[in-house]
Design a protein around this ligand. Sequence first.
Ligand code: R5P
Length: 288
Amino acid sequence: MADLDDIRDGKNYGVGVQQKTEGFYLKGSNNLDWGMKDRLSRIFNPATGRTVMLAFDHGFIMGPTSGVERIDLSILPLIEYADCLMCARGVLRSLVPPTSRKPVCLRSDAGTSILTELNNNVVIDIQDAVKLNASAIAVMVAIGDHSYEAQTVANLYQAVDAGQMSGIPVMGVTAVGKDMARDARYFSLASRVCAENGANIVKTYYTEGFEKVVACCPVPIVIAGGKKLPELEALELAYMAIQSGAAGVDMGRNVFQSEKPAAMIQAVGAVVHKGLKPADAFQMFNDL
Ligand code: R5P
């Protein structure tokens, strides 16, 4: 039986004080369930609404490309500066300490390497994402690819269904095939298709006219860094994306291929969260 000793009557009912009903700070996310919002708020800092995702999922397609040959040596020292880790499950289990206490955006589609054209990618079982305590799952969509558009959109759709059941947000990752124009028109289309199919976050690429890409996408957009650029240019890229309305970056090579990866991720963080201008962030990079 419950302990009935000294059960006191309530006194502080706050009668007349209206209970606050707050909206959720992320674009397009107000109607999600609590678990979804909780996970999104681990990824996107509630103080700024933005995120610096550290992407190191490259090996699952590229193998031991420059900067990710030894995740333990090159990536683990950067984890403390990231808001979120983006990686595939093999590296997560084998190399990322579970004591890191960082949210994980789990790369969740598989089936392709750089040795072949896009393949019939499949999505990992949502139960594995649950076991790994993923805060989001990332699934690639190849809009405009005649062979695999339908398959990859179906993957995203099914991932959203599974994610909804488990309270796990889905990030749609827009792939860019060789034949596709890397312009605002294409990225607007690809991002919107991801969001309309239920993606809670979209990852795409910065381009001229990016404010239009962001404006017509009903959920937060983060940009990939893309190929390695000189540090100042990478900081300019991040700055322009944020100024255009991006909710953060999902950056890999421009961090881990930098001569000073720890300095670079901190400088990127200052651009993303503090709106530091590229020249000032570059100064910060040099000073660190
Ligand atoms: C690409 O397929 C991967 O998902 C990367 O995580 C993504 O492109 C971000 O990395 P990077 O900044 O190197 O482009």
